[in-house]
Design a protein. Structure first.
Length: 385
């Protein structure tokens, strides 16, 4: 009989035995960067429910009612007349050193940055920002597809109702990031190969809760943390407002994941939970790999292999932005019971990749109430009228 306590190996989960295997990471490439269409096999059944009783899941019903009144319009609620200076975004986001996180690496003898002047640092900052916003845009499209899929696959009417509002939110997010990149910056980067692989895996999975785990908990958990961090330090007014509105929606989306899976995971067997733990770990590693930003090094003519090796060697505690990205994911995984199921396997894996320190940060079940930008703006407008 198979040992039910055995986890799959890293080779099976990640396609490589060593998390930091440079060659295996570099072998994941985006082969159809020039194509405009990418098809993924969606293996799930579309589920009807004949149980229409609304509010059987009060927390989801509350979220749905909130979402109905929190819709905004990307065309009219954002001031697109603002002139954007990319250097201003950078000054705010990265501090006086345009490429802050990478600057520490310039001291090393073999560093590709060794002879960088001010202009080079500024270029790197602009490229990194374009790349980052482009990946968020692609991730938003992933969320659009995943949430449309959840409308079909989740068996609960309250969840179908809520998910339908998220589909609209995600359409708006893709729209505003595309418009910002296109009209205010210099266009966008193709999707990063690691992000693409993760989105494909999420959509490919036939189990409805895996869409939630991959998208609402992992990808959107990361996005919520990133948007929060970027919003806090951003000084460019249009991007700042855009991030504030998007974030206010994302907080609901992550709450949707936490509230739905909390109920569902309570009924799963240990073996089923182990598969969820493995998937959460796989997603975390793919997202870490994504932030090696290979496409930026390629575009800048920097030796990508050397650069990725250097970044893999940086201790996690020196990569503050990358670490902060996990500040929502880890507490939410804890709340869902994924950290400590099966002898704490996921806890150990999160320790290995240096993100476990966030476990007792606030989870995201209720945060959407504090971040509700639309209600705040309406209240402020009513008070000043
Ligand atoms: Fe979104
Ligand atoms: Fe979202």
């Amino acid at each position: 009989m198979a040992d039910t306590h055995t986890f799959a190996s890293d080779q099976q989960i990640l396609g490589r035995a060593d998390i930091d295997d440079l060659e295996a990471i570099m072998a994941i490439v985006n082969t159809d960067a020039a194509e405009t269409i990418h098809a993924v096999k969606d293996n799930a059944d579309a589920i009807f429910t004949w149980d229409y009783e609304k509010g059987q899941r009060p927390a989801l019903n509350k979220l749905y009612e909130k979402a109905k009144t929190a819709q905004w319009n990307g065309e009219t609620d954002l001031d697109w007349s603002i002139d954007v200076d990319p250097e201003q975004i950078l000054a705010g986001l990265l501090g006086p050193n345009a490429a802050g996180p990478f600057q520490a690496l310039s001291q090393r003898d073999d560093s590709p940055f060794k002879h960088f002047d001010e202009k080079d640092w500024s270029n790197l900052g602009v490229e990194s920002m374009n790349w980052r916003l482009s990946q968020f845009m692609h991730g938003e499209q992933g969320a659009l597809l995943c949430t449309a899929k959840i409308v079909e696959t989740v068996p609960w009417i309250d969840a179908k109702y809520y998910a339908s509002t998220q589909v609209m939110d995600e359409a708006r997010h893709v729209e505003v990031f595309a418009k910002y990149l296109d009209s205010k910056l210099t266009g966008y980067y193709p999707i990063n190969a690691h992000l693409k692989m993760l989105l494909d895996d999420i959509i490919n999975d036939s189990r409805w809760d895996m869409t939630y785990l991959g998208m609402q908990i992992m990808v959107e958990g990361l996005a919520l943390a990133a948007f929060g961090f970027m919003h806090m330090i951003c000084e460019e007014p249009l991007l700042k407002q855009l991030l504030r509105y998007v974030m206010s929606d994302e907080a609901r989306h992550v709450a949707f994941g936490v509230l739905s899976l909390k109920e569902y995971y309570a009924e799963l067997s240990d073996a089923e939970l182990r598969e969820r733990q493995e998937f959460a770990f796989e997603a975390a590693v793919r997202m870490r790999d994504r932030f090696l930003q290979q496409e930026v090094w390629e575009r800048m003519g920097i030796d990508t292999r050397k650069m990725v090796r250097m970044l893999l060697d940086v201790p996690p505690e020196d990569m503050i932005f990358q670490q902060m990205l996990f500040s929502k994911i880890v507490p939410n995984c804890k709340k869902l019971g994924l950290l400590d199921a099966s002898g704490g396997w996921l806890r150990k894996r999160f320790e290995e990749i240096g993100v476990i320190q966030f476990e007792d940060w606030k989870d995201t079940g209720e945060e959407y109430l504090e971040l509700d930008a639309v209600s705040q703006d309406r209240a402020a407008a009513a008070a000043s009228a």
